[in-house]
Design a protein around this ligand. Structure first.
Ligand code: ATP
Ligand code: MG
Length: 445
């Protein structure tokens, strides 16, 4: 993309309404525009990152064997009456009437609808295990929408639902989700720690929330510092291997790590004092096992091998896709702007032309731009007629992890400059070498 033809409405001033850094930078970098409290338009740069995050979520769900579908945002109230949640959900649910006076709602989550799909089409244990998920907009009429996309009213969520014959199988689905979520967050450059949590209105006993540590997080958390040393990394996972998934789950959840809802001071005090931490965190996901709560209420049963009918065991598993943008920025920025991890960056590399209109400099920039595109990368070329300082400030604000700077002085010596946004370190090298380096960096990401 050439910046002269792009739509990047950068703000020079700090927007007064933004209290935390991610909200401030998302507004300043022209990623979002508020349309009503907690409701945003996703401008091109923000939309691009949102799509990258979605893509990672899809890839990791596919790896775990989970199947995508798409359910609507609007749901009939009657489905929610079957589970009893229509009345329980309270004011967070946006209730709507259509022209026939039928009661509808904008879905805050989809347990009822997915159970309805299941009961309409699945009748035999032979069709299990089954995990279906979608990435769809949700609406919750939050009392205090704030912090930009972190606590929106309309927000994008990945929500998945497993259907299993036995509790044991459903717990495998739980572990499988836990492992796949760890991978998902790590690919986004994030450490999200699974913490024992409270199940809230979804119901159930087994649940973990995934928390990204950040001072601006809304959750109070307590943990053993040793949990922050555990990484999934590149290890091979066989998602059908129950023992392996359980072992990973145990590894990541055995040390003390809890949100304030389940915090147990007596247990916490047993951690060696030097490793005790209380901090704040951003909830970027949650997994639940809730047994037959919905299948009982809604008649989602299957025929077992011995011919009897039993309700299926279920769980639901959510990732806060739009909230993740805020969480990533909270975890990765400096005082000049965002620093995108390579896995989610909106453009792989920026190209800054220091002397727009100079034939040789323009030509070199064009060459780099085309070479990057040819190898399948997505560069952003700042070809505007602007001062170098303004171009650098924009690149720093929007946070592309790599920048190639091209100017007449360097070109005289046959070099351009490659700069890492994270370290600020610049290296001079021929243009071809810079392109080759960028190609290597993104191999396998
Ligand atoms: P919270 O406690 O933050 O209100 P929740 O526990 O009610 O969230 P879940 O039902 O677990 O939310 O939804 C799954 C994920 O969706 C959450 O882990 C979070 O990342 C995201 N999410 C929930 N509410 C919002 C919101 N209002 N804005 C943006 N993301 C949200
Ligand atoms: Mg939650």
């Amino acid at each position: 993309m050439r910046l002269s033809r792009y739509f990047l409405p950068v703000l020079k001033e700090n927007p007064a309404e933004a209290q935390i850094v991610s909200h401030r930078y998302m507004l300043r970098a022209g990623m979002i525009k508020q349309q009503a409290a907690g409701i945003y338009s996703w401008l091109p740069l923000g939309f691009k990152v949102l799509k990258r995050i979605e893509q990672i979520v899809h890839e990791e769900q596919a790896r775990a064997g989970h199947i995508p579908l798409l359910m609507p945002t609007l749901q009939p109230a009657d489905l929610w009456r079957e589970s009893g949640r229509y009345d329980d959900y309270g004011q967070e649910m946006l209730r709507i009437k259509d022209r026939q006076d039928r009661e509808m709602l904008y879905g805050p989550t989809n347990e009822e609808m997915i159970t309805d799909i299941f009961r309409a089409h699945v009748t035999s244990y032979k069709d299990l295990p089954l995990t279906l998920y979608h990435i769809q907009w949700k609406f919750r009429d939050e009392m205090r929408p704030r912090f930009g996309v972190m606590r929106g009213r309309e927000f994008l969520m990945k929500d998945g639902y497993n259907f299993d014959l036995t509790k044991e199988d459903a717990l495998h689905a739980y572990n499988r989700h836990l492992v796949s979520y760890l991978r998902t967050y790590e690919r986004m450059g994030l450490q999200a720690i699974p913490m024992r949590a409270d199940s809230g209105p979804i119901g159930g006993d087994d649940t973990h929330e995934f928390l990204v540590l950040a001072e601006t997080g809304e959750s109070e958390v307590f943990y053993d510092a040793a949990v922050t040393d555990i990484k999934l990394g590149q290890r091979e996972i066989d998602y059908d291997d129950k023992a392996q998934c359980e072992a990973v789950m145990q590894e990541f959840t055995s040390l003390y790590a809890r949100t304030d809802e389940t915090h147990d001071p007596a247990l916490f005090d047993k951690i060696p004092e030097a490793r005790r931490r209380s901090a704040r965190g951003i909830e970027v996901g949650q997994i639940f096992y809730f047994g037959t709560k919905y299948s009982d209420a809604m008649g989602a049963t299957v025929v077992t091998p011995d011919g009897s009918r039993v309700p299926v065991h279920m769980g639901s598993h959510g990732i806060g896709v739009s909230r993740l943008l805020g969480a990533i920025i909270e975890a990765s920025h400096d005082d000049k702007g965002i620093i995108w991890p390579e896995g989610v960056t909106p453009f792989h590399c920026g190209i800054v032309n220091l002397k727009q209109g100079d034939a040789e400099t323009d030509g070199a920039c064009e060459g780099i731009y085309k070479a990057l595109k040819l190898i399948g990368l997505d560069p952003l070329y700042d070809d505007r007629d602007e001062r170098a300082g303004a171009k650098f400030a924009t690149m720093d604000l929007i946070g592309l992890p790599w920048r190639i700077t091209v100017g007449p002085r360097g070109l005289k010596n046959g070099v351009v400059e490659l700069t890492s946004r994270r370290t600020g370190v610049s290296e001079e090298m021929p243009a071809e070498a810079a392109v080759a380096r960028i190609a290597t960096i993104y191999e396998g990401i």
